[in-house]
Structures are given as C-alpha cells and as structure tokens.
Design a binder for this molecule. Structure first.
Ligand code: CAA
Length: 260
C-alpha cells in the first residue's frame, strides 16, 4: 500500500504527518486511512520520534471527513469494514505510546473531527470549524465520534453536535472542551511546534505513563484506574530518567532525559 496521501517530515524529535489530498479537503478514503495507519505504526516504532503532529495540507481543511464519494458506492458490508478501518486507526492513534497533537488548520468535520479527537491534544486555528455533520448525509459518525465526543465534551455537546450536524467555530469548540488551545491562524504552526518541542524534550517513559494512565486507566472504574496509576508510578522508579529528573531538581539544573 502506497503512503502517498500522507506526507512525513521530521524536525528535532517531532514527526509531522500531513494528510495530503488538498483538492478533496483531505477527505479520508480507504487508501488514506491505510497510509495513516502505516505512518502511525512507523512513528510508534521509531525511537527518534518523541512527539507527533498531525495536520492537513493547505489552509482550508484539517480533514473534511470520510470520503463521501467513496462511501456513496459502498454496500452495508463494505460500510461496516470502512467503519472498522477508521475505528482501528483512531484507536491506534489514541493508544500511541508518545503524544500526538492535532494541528487543526481548518475544517475538521465528520471523520476529520474523529481523527482530531483521537489525538491527545488539539490546537486549533481561530478559523477552524469543527463538527459531526453525518446526519446531513443520512448517516451517523462511524469512526468513533459518538463515543469520543461523549467522553471529551459530555452528552449535551455530543447530542448537540451529532443531532444538529452544524459545525461550531474554534472558540465554541474550546468552550465545549473539544480543543485545548485556539490561536490565530498565522501562529498555528509555531504554537503547535512549540508544544511539540516541549513534549519531545520531556521524559518519554513518563509521557507514556501518563498516556497509559489517562487513556487506559480512564476507561476503567476509579478503583482499577487508581491501581493502574500506581503501577505506572512504581514502574518509573526503575527508570534512569526518573533518577535524572529528581536529581536535576535537587541539584538545581535542567534534566537531560534519555528514554531509559
Ligand atoms: N469527501 C469527499 N470529497 C470532499 C469532502 C468529503 N468529505 N469534503 C470536501 N470534498 C471535496 C468536494 O467534493 C470538492 O471536490 P470537487 O472540487 O472535485 O468538487 C472539494 O473537496 C472542495 O470542496 P467544496 O467545493 O465543497 O468546498 P467548499 O468550500 O464549498 O465547502 C465544506 C467546504 C463545507 C467543508 C464542504 O466541502 C463539505 O461540506 N464537505 C463535506 C463535509 C462532511 O459532510 N463531512 C462528513 C463526511 S461523512 C463522515 O465523515 C463519516 C464518518 O464519520 C466516518
């Protein structure tokens, strides 16, 4: 499978993945979903990659959804496979062992918002619009949107966005807890890369512990989640980076984390 619809660039421990179908507003067809899956699998394996930024080509869209023209021709059985393909990708992203930032540079609709919600942090341009417009196509979200929106923003927001199908602007999305930061469009890349650089310089094993504890622990009941957190906490006492981080504090110097 070619990875052509996804561009890849590395900068100081940060891998930037760009969905590159600007003439289709970066819509997710099966080929693009497969390419993204391969790109995230490779980034997970590569120890030089400490953080990942995901974005879309051009200035208009992050991702304007699943490819509607492709979906139009699918049978119910194929529609099920399409949903599962998308859901597997979203779950892979959500379970990445290193932080993934969505740089939302424009429309994040349908599968595009689902993609952004699977990332760990979302930085949006003030010009971005986010929504789950599937009902307007006679559909429901199929890449995990009903579930992640519910968990991120609560039932009221999930029902509002999915029932009305009307996108919201970035400021309203932030009020709903859907995005972490809203920045002027001209500053989006610089602001996102600043956060990515901070994460890339941080202690990778601790970041992984946070991701495991919040993502997996958060899917358990409180008692199991707390036990899971303790297990992550205890495990880090075996790491050189924990000794380095605590020693650096005591010695009043900057820590140098080595992913060990
Ligand atoms: N799938 C396929 N093609 C898409 C697309 C999509 N989701 N979104 C945009 N495009 C294509 C358009 O068809 C158009 O292609 P042509 O030039 O070949 O006609 C090109 O991208 C540019 O789009 P527009 O001309 O429509 O641009 P616009 O500025 O007038 O409108 C928009 C922008 C409001 C985002 C509009 O494109 C739009 O509404 N797109 C669809 C959004 C949507 O419904 N997304 C949800 C998809 S369903 C889904 O994602 C299911 C799921 O959960 C898995």
């Amino acid at each position: 499978m070619t990875d052509m619809p996804v561009l890849r660039r590395d900068a100081d421990g940060v891998r930037i993945l760009t969905v590159d179908r600007p003439d289709k507003l970066n819509a997710l067809d099966r080929q693009t979903l497969a390419a993204l899956d391969a790109a995230f699998a490779a980034a997970a394996e590569d120890a030089a990659v400490r953080a990942i930024v995901l974005t879309g080509s051009g200035t208009k869209a992050f991702v304007a959804g699943a490819d509607i023209a492709e979906m139009n021709a699918l049978t119910a059985i194929e529609g099920r496979e399409f949903s599962l393909l998308g859901q597997r990708l979203m779950r892979r992203i959500e379970r990445m062992p290193k932080p993934v930032l969505a740089m939302v540079n424009g429309y994040a609709l349908g599968g595009g918002l689902e993609l952004a919600m699977a990332c760990h942090l979302r930085i949006a341009a003030d010009s971005a619009r986010l929504g789950q417009p599937e009902v307007n196509l006679g559909l429901v979200p199929g890449f995990g949107g009903t579930q992640r929106l519910l968990r991120l923003a609560g039932r009221a927001a999930a029902l509002e966005l999915c029932l009305l199908g009307t996108p919201v602007d970035a400021t309203r999305a932030q009020q709903l807890g859907l995005v972490n930061r809203v920045v002027p469009a001209a500053d989006l890349e610089a602001e996102t890369m600043k956060l990515a650089a901070q994460l890339a310089a941080s202690a990778p094993l601790a970041l992984r512990g946070v991701l495991d504890a919040v993502v997996v622990g958060g899917e358990c009941g409180l008692e199991e989640g707390l036990q899971f957190e303790t297990a992550q906490f205890a495990l880090l006492f075996a790491s050189e980076d924990m000794r380095e981080g605590t020693s650096a504090f005591v010695e009043k110097r900057k820590p140098l984390f080595r992913n060990r």
